[in-house]
Design a binder for this molecule. Structure first.
Ligand SMILES: *Cc1c(COP(=O)(O)O)cnc(C)c1O
Length: 637
């Protein structure tokens, strides 16, 4: 039943099939050798070359590959798009971006953003003391902004007030009324004039997964009455000139530009009236929300977006300008806190396929002389299958297959005959599944047929560790083989990870046209050759949300930089957790484990079950395992 690959297949067909040009933002493409390439600086590097370099350095799969240039390019595009929009529309203020550390807190990523963002004074948004400390010690230019969100205690404020003494541009965003007295007191004691922001609750509702960050019941931000109270308190304390920033955050991954525009209009109304109240506002911070088109469908569904980066920037700039111009209010510095769109593209999860489970009929054996009648009937169904009779044949096949199973239970059909019946049944289903493609109206019973016959490809990764949002919120990411793309992928598959959890599977894949597909086209495995898949756009939110399901730990991480001449450097490599590491996270002590196992082995020596030399080997294996990778390792290393 294995379909022959189409000889006319080209990489362009693969490009269409997996939608590469639609979701890759020009950072990935296919070359004529059927390889996925990373593209920056007009140079192109096949991911397989990088994989080869990993193998040479004993970095085993799975690996998170970070491509520095892509992060650099995204910061460039974001800042340039705002600059262009500001110049084009005659806006009088400037743009200052900040990166929200929570989106990917890995030191490597934060350090790269500080370095690449320095030329735009790209700053950080922090929501906790640990993030604040990371920001303070990483920022290269004190002119970059630090926006402090979240619930802040005295220590948090002190960190920020001291930073202001050092010259940092640090804004404290008041999220709850309780914060204000602490800030006022600490700034008096430390003798620092603070820059204060207020976070307002937006009534604008946005669609998408994360819409609960807006609206009256949002847990974040001040109500209008609390806002008035903040203004009055600052007035009383003669500190209203410290109120310099208005903050709002409508949510993440906002698919519809019209929702964003509505939100800005509302924010500008707050801005206007706070200025009229006497606040010295100079910054408007519109939070995150700039979406990533994961499916490449350019629609306003949850996993996509119906606007381009340029359109987003222009809409922000023009809406603020038009709204504030009505009241003749000077144009503020525009701040955004784009996290997802900044880091999503630069990371790819790479893994190899370990095994495949096929649900394929084997060769149909010829009928024996005294075959049960039900088997003969199944053979007839298979032979007579033709378009227009799919449902009927499907029903007949089920009926006779079930009959055979009943007879088997009663001892009236042999195991061999039952195996033949199961095989015939599977052959019939496969043929019907092929015919379903050409049907205009697919009966409901036949809809799930393809999925029930799909192969299961077992991948060397943990969904819970590396792709938590697939499990938690049905997020879609582009997934595809990174090689052999000049060859038609003739199999339809779902993916399973190596945790022993039935939720550790992927059975929803992007469909660049609409909705999603339940299976992913893949190639059959070639003897003696590894088959590698990439999960793209995983730089945002996946790395630290992951958990230790089955104690699979952090994966290896490799950072590469692509050079203009098409060569590339391994800039950094971080080995993933060892088995000892993950055991320590759950409070085991590796030394203690070794000791206990050695006692068990020593007892076995005493009882004569193993020799002392065997004990040594057994302990060596145990100790080496403790230092090993938690994922499936190939023996030749
Ligand atoms: C999470 C968050 C962001 C980041 O949003 P993205 O949609 O990832 O850009 C920005 N600001 C605040 C306050 C957040 O909580």
């Amino acid at each position: 039943m294995t379909q022959r690959p189409n000889q006319d297949w080209t990489t362009e067909h693969s490009n269409q099939l997996y939608g590469v040009d639609r979701w890759s933002n020009d950072y990935f493409g296919l070359n004529s050798n059927g390889l996925v390439t990373a593209r920056t600086l007009n140079a192109e590097v096949p991911l397989m070359d990088i994989v080869k370099g990993m193998a040479e350095r004993d970095l085993q799969m799975p690996v998170v590959l970070r491509i520095e240039n892509i992060l650099d390019a995204q910061l460039f595009r974001l800042n340039e798009a705002f600059r262009t929009a500001i110049e084009g529309s005659g806006y009088q203020g400037v743009y200052r971006g900040v990166y929200p550390i929570k989106v990917n807190q890995q030191a490597q990523v934060v350090e790269e953003i500080a370095a690449f963002g320095a030329r735009y004074q790209h700053g950080f948004e922090v929501g906790s003391k640990p993030e604040m400390i990371a920001a303070l010690a990483t920022l290269e230019d004190t002119g970059s902004l630090i926006i402090c969100n979240g619930y802040k205690d005295q220590e948090f404020f002190d960190l920020g007030l001291n930073a202001i003494k050092l010259g940092f541009k640090c804004f404290f965003v008041i999220e709850t009324p309780a914060e204000l007295p602490i800030l006022i007191e600490r700034s008096r004691i430390l003798g620092v004039k603070p820059s204060i922001g207020v976070r307002v609750k937006m009534t604008t509702q946005v669609s998408g997964h994360w819409n609960s960050t807006s609206g009256d019941r949002s847990v974040f931000g001040l109500t209008t009455n609390q806002l008035i109270h903040v203004v009055d308190t600052l007035k009383q304390e003669e500190m209203l000139d410290c109120l310099q920033l208005l903050h709002c955050h409508l949510g993440s991954q906002i698919p519809n530009i019209r929702d964003i525009r509505n939100g800005i209009v509302e924010a500008c109304r707050y801005y206007t009236d706070l200025v009229n109240e006497g606040a010295a506002l100079s910054h408007i911070d519109l939070g995150g929300g700039l979406a990533v088109d994961y499916t490449g469908s350019r629609g306003n569904d949850e996993q996509s977006r119906n606007y381009s980066l340029e359109e987003y920037c222009l809409d922000l700039v023009e809406t603020i300008k038009n709204t504030l111009d009505i009241s003749q209010i000077p144009h503020p510095t525009i701040v955004t806190e784009s996290g997802r769109a900044t880091v999503a593209y630069s990371s790819v999860l790479l893994f190899n396929i370990l095994d495949i489970n096929h649900f394929e009929p084997s060769e149909i054996t010829v009928a024996t002389a005294k075959e049960p009648i039900q088997l003969q009937e199944l053979r007839a169904v298979l032979e007579d299958l033709k378009p227009g009779h799919e449902q009927e044949c499907f029903n007949d096949a089920h009926y006779f297959r079930n009959e055979v199973r009943e007879l088997f239970k009663r001892g009236q059909v042999s195991l061999r005959n039952r195996a033949t019946a199961d095989n015939l049944f599977l052959a019939i289903l496969h043929q019907i599944a092929d015919m379903v493609d050409d049907m205009e109206q697919v009966p409901t019973e036949l809809e799930g047929l393809k999925l029930s016959l799909a192969d299961i490809y077992y991948g060397n990764f943990s969904l819970f560790q590396s792709l938590p949002d697939i499990w938690a919120i049905d997020q879609l990411f582009p997934i595809m083989p990174i090689h052999r793309l000049e060859e038609e992928p003739t199999r339809q598959a779902v993916l399973a990870d190596i945790t022993c959890d039935c939720d550790g599977k992927i059975d929803r894949f992007i469909n660049p046209q609409q909705g999603y597909n339940k299976t992913l086209p893949l190639h059959p495995m070639s003897e003696g050759e590894e088959y590698y898949l990439g999960v793209f756009l995983v730089g945002a939110y996946q790395e630290t949300l992951g958990d230790l399901h089955n104690l699979f730990g952090d994966t290896n991480v490799v950072s590469v930089r692509i050079n203009r001449d098409g060569s590339f450097d391994f800039v950094k490599e971080i080995h993933g957790d060892t088995i000892a590491d993950v055991l320590t996270y759950v409070e085991y002590q590796p030394k203690e484990l070794q000791l206990r196992y050695r006692n068990t082995a020593e007892n076995a020596v005493r009882e004569g079950r193993i020799t002392a030399r065997e004990r040594q080997q057994i302990m060596q294996t145990f100790n080496a395992s403790l230092q090993g990778y938690t994922y499936y390792e190939k023996e030749d290393n």
